[in-house]
Design a binder for this molecule. Structure first.
Ligand code: SF4
Length: 434
């Protein structure tokens, strides 16, 4: 049996351990400053001339229970006045919808995220989506996605969503190993998750599941069984490595010995490679952050391919993935504070940053993390320089290690660079530009 300690670091490794998280997260955003807020409002009063399609994310930051690893700012369902929250969420959406920037933007995805939007009734979800469709410009071809757990997605609810025209159901399956599910405080069993997925697939819905590896006590066999099950269920897969975040129940459980520790860096890498190899052999393509896809459309999703100049307009308590060109933002996490702020007619932004040219150049390079090429022509048009003028040492070093390729047109990661794509992104975030 494979164990966390059974692997030795390979001599050919480019780094000691893999970095899995891009260096641009909401946690690094500065608290909102009056001048940045003013600049953001001014920006919202301009026309969107980017020509990029955008994603709209109304968040339902509510869950029935708390998963042990979860750091998301969610509130327990029984403590939230759902109807009032939905009213205020619509009010926030409306504030954006009335701005010039949003009026001149086109959306090709409406994503009910969170949290667990499926705690809502099908009627509430449909009403919210209808509201978005009325207030925002949708592209001729657009997609509706809904996040849910099998505990709150009863089969008749899935029927209604499918009949309405929902395209994709996102589920945080994490693992099909019931022993680990129990330890992680996941609210449902592997059989429940499987039943909901099979039902949704039968109705023609696309299903995308989150799967996690390097979980405490997870063996390689358990991970492979989970991957096999996901392939058999014919779902899209977001496979990501567990990060034990400060303040989570899991961190406490590991510290107090109630949970085994996670595997070491080499084991984590082996699990990544196992997924990469199994899934690509099964016809999946690795795309974006951690996605494995067999659906052609997903490989050209605009919110992904448009990074960092497209946009995700995110709304709702605790949402944190907002980016509109140079602006990145997250909302107030406490749901009561969020509701108070929106009811007072203010945008409920908690953290907001406006990137400088220097930061945008680094973001442009983080396209490599998303497995996207960095176009030299576009870089030159935006910044008046080439990537190699700005990042000569980083590019030379990565090229020498065989992790990237550079030609006249673009910079892109190599197959060898795949496993280190997080580390590659960090190279551009950590060092100063010339
Ligand atoms: S369902 Fe998702 S958002 Fe809710 S606690 Fe679990 S991981 Fe966090």
């Amino acid at each position: 049996m494979t164990t966390a300690t059974a692997h030795e670091k390979s001599k050919s490794d480019a780094y000691e351990s893999r970095e899995n998280w891009p260096p641009y997260t909401y946690r690094d955003y500065p608290a909102i400053k009056p001048e940045t807020y003013e600049a953001f409002l001014e920006f919202l009063n301009t026309e969107n001339t980017s020509g990029r399609l955008m994603e709209l994310q109304p968040w339902i930051s509510v869950c029935d229970s708390k998963c042990a690893f979860c750091y998301f700012p969610t509130a327990p369902t029984n403590k939230v006045q759902i109807e009032r929250y939905l009213e205020l969420l619509k009010k926030e959406l409306d504030m954006y919808a009335k701005t010039k920037y949003v009026k001149t933007s086109i959306f090709d995805e409406i994503v009910l995220g969170g949290g667990t939007p499926s705690v809502l009734t099908a009627e509430q979800m449909i009403d919210l989506i209808d509201f978005c469709k009325e207030r925002f410009n949708t592209n001729k071809e657009y997609f509706i996605k809904v996040t849910g757990s099998s505990k709150t997605l009863a089969l008749p609810k899935i029927d209604k969503l499918a009949a309405y025209g929902v395209y994709q159901m996102d589920m945080g399956a994490q693992t099909f190993d019931d022993k680990i599910r129990k330890m992680l405080c996941l609210p449902d069993s592997a059989a429940d998750v499987e039943k909901a997925i099979r039902h949704a697939r039968k109705l023609g819905l696309c299903v995308c599941v989150d799967l996690m590896y390097n979980l405490p006590g997870q063996t390689m066999e358990s991970w492979i069984d989970t991957l096999k099950k996901a392939i058999e269920l014919d779902v899209e897969i977001d496979a990501y490595s567990l990060h034990v975040d400060a303040g989570t129940l899991l961190e406490k459980m590991i510290k107090t010995g109630k949970s085994p520790p996670v595997g070491n860096a080499e084991f984590e890498k082996q699990m990544y490679l196992a997924a990469y190899n199994m899934l690509t052999e099964a016809g999946y393509k690795a795309v974006g952050h951690d996605r494995y896809s067999r659906v052609e459309w997903h490989m050209r999703e605009n919110c992904l391919n448009g990074w960092p100049w497209g946009g995700i307009l995110t709304t709702g308590a605790g949402c944190f993935m907002g980016y509109l060109q140079r602006f990145s933002y997250s909302n107030i996490e406490n749901i009561d504070e969020y509701m108070k702020t929106v009811s007072a007619g203010k945008l409920p932004i908690q953290k907001l940053s406006k990137s400088t040219d220097d930061e945008m150049m680094r973001r442009e390079m983080s396209r490599l993390y998303l497995r996207l090429p960095v176009s030299k022509k576009e870089f030159m048009e935006k910044f008046g320089k080439l990537p190699e003028d700005v990042f000569p040492d980083q590019l030379k070093n990565l090229k020498t290690k065989g992790l990237i390729e550079i030609d006249d047109k673009e910079v892109r990661i190599t197959k060898q660079g795949e496993v280190w794509k997080g580390n590659i992104a960090w190279e551009f975030a950590q060092k100063t530009t010339s």
